[in-house]
Design a protein. Sequence first.
Length: 100
Amino acid sequence: MPDKVKTRILFRSRRFNVYLVRYSQGHSILPHLDMIAEGRLYKFNWVLVKPKEGGEFICDRTLFNLFGRFILFRPDLYQHQVSRIERGQRWLLSFALTTY
């Protein structure tokens, strides 16, 4: 069984959060939306380490995607997922901004 996703909160406030996230081999994220009570949610993910195989980010629509490494999207509006990591790990620095 794969290790759990490990998330370290680097900064947290009412409107802005920064996380360091590690996904282990065998892990995947099923299609979902990130629900918020009010406002708009924007996420900027910087993929620090890509797995050797698998672990691709899939999103119905992104605002910006540079080489699959720098991704800006609206997780509250567009379904997103990560395919199964077949080999290696996936590390990302995630910045979340909520606007009202």
